[in-house]
Design a protein around this ligand. Structure first.
Ligand SMILES: Cc1ncc(C[n+]2csc(CCOP(=O)(O)OP(=O)(O)O)c2C)c(N)n1
Ligand SMILES: [Mg+2]
Length: 597
């Protein structure tokens, strides 16, 4: 039945790790050659891979793991997917029914443990319920605000045969995701937009999930209203779109945060108003009425007051809104926006030539901006997955995207160890050609992972999976020898007391080495694994780059080779992410290279 469900749900790829309690499922998959079964090296990676597959294609990702430790290893992956609303079905094996609760070998209370990190979960206790519960799992995962669903299947039940059919229809009492919003609400939003003098759209991950980018483009063209995005909303509007001001929040662009502070109507579309985006809410969009459209009523008004709440499916809301918007935005507002842009460029150019800014000297370490600009130039169509930390924020700031579903990042949970396996899952989807993807299928599209030297080591074992499965993704390690984002906070907010962030120090290093440790080689014997050698040991290609020129050569070679590759780039050790809104501050209190903006 489980394999039939996969067929019926048009699942072409499954990420899994076997064990005693799921051998019967894997046994059935042995006879299903049309389903690609990817053997990962850690169950956390199975979930992240299914997640990356789902984000890149818009389809439900599927993973299968065993009971006990297999199931507990999925928690971080499930929580990551739950936070970012990613549709997943995770099948876990369970001990046989008679053994449940008896402290059986490899027993864990999977339902109890996963309940807070899933959208829903099932323990199947009757073989006759399996089909219905599977059907419901896929439906719940993909509908409304999507999310991960766990279905826990006891081993003895897997062995029971029954001549039943996968249900055609699904009906779940009490579960009815929002569809169309009441017309009066949409009209109220249209009226507020027409009346506003300085309206601003704020798009988030919900717009990606709703596949509403095209409809939204039409609205932008008709109204000329500028737009900012959250981290998750990157790609909804093309990076070079003239109305796109970029990301807001802690590491948002100067012009986006300035527009936010000046606007008199902010229309949030599929956003959560996360604290990293809002900063101090008392100073958030202080002059604006706030409208919020979301499919999930519980996300509206959760973190700040909302003047115009609208619960509905974004695609349908935008469809109804578009014909109601007739007037174009006031030219004074556009002039103000251009002013913010000019101010931002002027401000940033004051720092050109300063340490680690725009200039890449031929001999010095490459700047993150230089590296990421080359990614834009040499692989403009790539799907990009990121790890977490400075690498993620630089990627958000400097990479260019022309459409959604090319940008895979752990926003809500901020999971180090996410990017590499998620990228692997997305690359597996591309290898399949993915005929079912929602309009974005482009078989052969390459996946690039932007990683930190810390994060990459959290799931580095998946190099084996990539090699075994011939998944030609390219991992770019922005190697600063530090848990860089934590180091940046220690530098800026804890008087440079570098506690447990240096990945190159050894026992015996001066505890305060951070105070003068710009070049640790001088002060202590540096330690760092040789990522290129590790890649080669796994059978992948490994490159090291100490300058931008070397990076270009390595990246060009990796693209040409069409095999899994790792490029270890030594960047400046104490590069920071700018601008930054310090914790507790408002988005109008940005700092750029230590100077108030
Ligand atoms: C699983 C997990 N543990 C800890 C953290 C806290 N954290 C956030 S960023 C970061 C540093 C990441 O270091 P690295 O991967 O080298 O990236 P960099 O910031 O240097 O680019 C840490 C430890 C996290 N986000 N996730
Ligand atoms: Mg690092």
């Amino acid at each position: 039945m489980i394999v039939e469900a996969l067929h019926r749900e048009k699942v072409d790829t499954v990420f899994g790790y076997p064990g005693g309690a799921v051998i019967p499922i894997f046994n059935a998959l042995y006879d299903a050659p049309d389903i690609r079964l990817v053997l990962v090296r850690h169950e956390q990676a199975a979930v992240h891979a299914a997640d990356g597959y789902a984000r890149a294609t818009g389809r439900v990702g599927v993973c299968i793991v065993t009971s006990g430790p297999g199931a507990t290893n999925t928690i971080t992956g499930l929580a990551t997917a739950r936070f970012d609303s990613v549709p997943l079905v995770c099948v876990t094996g369970q001990v046989s029914r008679a053994m449940i609760g008896a402290d059986a070998f490899q027993e864990a209370d999977t339902i109890g443990i996963t309940q807070p990190v899933t959208k829903h979960n099932y323990l199947v206790m009757k073989r006759a319920s399996l089909g219905t519960m599977l059907r419901q799992s896929f439906h719940i995962a993909a509908s409304g605000r999507p999310g991960p669903v766990v279905i826990d299947v006891p081993k003895d039940l897997q062995l029971e045969t029954l001549d039943d059919e996968y249900p055609e229809t699904v009906e779940i009492r009490g579960y009815q995701p929002a569809g169309r919003a009441p017309l009066e609400q949409v009209e109220a939003l249209a009226a507020a937009i027409s009346e506003a003098r300085r309206p601003l759209f704020f798009v988030g991950g919900g717009m990606v999930i709703a596949d509403a980018a095209e409809a939204f483009d039409g609205i932008l063209a008709a109204t000329g209203i500028p737009v900012v995005s959250s981290l998750m909303g990157i790609g909804v509007v093309g990076s070079s779109h003239p109305l796109n001001l970029g990301m807001i929040g802690m590491h948002g662009s100067i012009e986006a945060n300035k527009a936010l502070t000046a606007c008199d109507l902010l229309v949030g579309l599929g956003v959560r108003f996360d604290d990293r985006a809002t900063g101090n809410t008392a100073r958030f969009a202080p002059e604006a009425k706030i409208a919020h459209v979301d499919i999930d009523p519980t996300s509206i008004g959760r973190s700040l007051r909302v003047d115009i709440p609208i619960v509905g499916e974004l695609g349908l809301v935008l469809e109804e809104l578009a014909p109601l918007l007739r007037s174009r935005v006031a030219p004074e507002w556009i002039a103000a926006i251009e002013g913010f842009r000019g101010f931002a460029r002027g401000f940033e150019s004051r720092f050109e030539g300063a340490v680690g800014s725009l200039g890449d000297s031929a001999a010095g370490p490459p700047s993150p901006k230089g590296i990421l600009s080359l990614v834009n130039e040499l692989l403009p169509e790539a799907i990009v997955a990121t790890e977490v930390g400075q690498n993620q924020m630089w990627a958000a700031q400097y990479l260019a995207f022309d459409r959604p579903r090319r940008w895979l990042t752990s926003g809500g949970l901020g999971t180090m160890g996410y990017g590499f396996p998620a990228g692997m899952g997305a690359q597996a989807a591309q290898a399949q050609g993915d005929a079912h993807a929602k309009g974005y299928a482009l078989p052969g599209r390459r996946v690039v992972v932007i990683a930190g030297d810390g994060s990459f080591q959290m799931n580095i074992q998946e190099l084996a999976t990539c090699v075994q499965e011939s998944l030609p993704l390219i991992v770019i390690v922005l190697n600063n020898g530090y848990l860089g984002m934590v180091r940046q906070w220690q530098e800026l907010f804890f008087e440079r007391r570098y506690s447990a962030v240096c990945l190159q120090s050894r026992r015996g290093c001066d505890r305060n080495c951070g105070r003068e440790c710009a070049a640790p080689a001088a002060a202590c014997p540096p330690y760092s694994p040789d990522f290129a050698a590790i890649a080669r040991a796994y059978g992948a290609l490994g490159y090291s780059a100490a300058t931008l020129g070397e990076f270009r050569d390595a990246f060009t070679a990796a693209i040409g080779a069409g095999r899994p590759a790792v490029i270890d780039c030594a960047i400046g050790r104490e590069e920071n992410v700018w601008p930054i809104v310090a914790p507790g501050k408002g988005n109008d209190e940005m700092m750029y290279k230590g100077v108030p903006v």
